[in-house]
Design a protein around this ligand. Structure first.
Ligand code: DC
Length: 215
């Protein structure tokens, strides 16, 4: 069974998707981490983002692996390294790139093939798994999402000003929604779950019931 969780940046998708996968005994597929991993590799190699071909080639050559919910690139654990603001800002070059997307979408489908998976991203219910049995679209107001992001960044030791984080979230919402390939969009058959004011446990409880109803 495939459960997709899509939604804007900072809506709590990762925390919720991970907890939901744990509760269900499913694998968790963090597709944002894949776009981030390509961006990190590009930054490290000093890639010219304005030239499409080297980035496509780089993405195709990277060996992306999941080991116990940690992401490895060419054998190196980059789970923390892909979460910095620098990588977050560069990720749009990977996410906006049609060939990079096509490659990562193929990897995502292969990773889920024949498995029970909670797949999290922007295009999971629309593009990657249009036939998923349960599709969730997780939302929260921009201010709530900015508050959560500030907390996350501070937990990683990065100092963050609320206004700057809010502006960055609004910019990413814009970038995510106008992307010509794989834009952030709610699939017509996805259930929208607004999360303002709800705890992670409350959200996960709701999702577990939704999945159970569709199994
Ligand atoms: O969920 P995240 O913040 O880790 O995602 C990082 C970026 O990758 C985000 O700006 C949008 C992009 N992304 C995407 O385009 N498609 C996905 N399936 C997942 C993420």
């Amino acid at each position: 069974m495939i459960v997709t969780i899509d939604g804007p940046a900072g809506a709590g998708k990762s925390t919720v998707a991970k907890a939901l996968a744990d509760r269900l005994g499913f694998d968790y597929l963090d597709t944002g981490a894949m776009y981030r991993a390509v961006a990190l590799a590009g930054l490290r190699r000093g890639i010219d983002w304005t030239r499409p071909e080297p980035l496509a080639e780089l993405a195709r050559r990277l060996r992306l692996q999941w080991v116990a919910n940690r992401i490895l690139v060419d054998g190196e654990d980059v789970t923390e390294a892909i979460r910095t603001s620098e990588v977050t800002a560069a990720t749009r070059y990977a996410a906006d790139h049609p060939q990079v997307r096509a490659h990562l979408v193929a990897l995502q489908r292969a990773a889920a093939s024949g498995r029970n998976v909670v797949a999290e991203g922007r295009d999971q219910g629309t593009v990657v798994f249009p036939d998923a049995q349960c599709k969730i679209f997780l939302t929260a107001s921009p201010a709530e999402r900015a508050r959560r992001r500030v907390r996350d960044l501070e937990a990683q030791g990065e100092r963050a000003a609320f206004d700057k984080v809010l502006a960055a979230i609004q910019r990413r919402d814009h970038d995510d929604s106008i992307r010509p390939v794989g834009p952030l969009a709610k699939a017509p058959d996805a259930i929208e779950v607004p999360t303002d004011g709800l705890s992670v446990e409350e959200i996960v409880d709701r999702l577990v019931s939704m999945v159970a109803a569709r199994r």
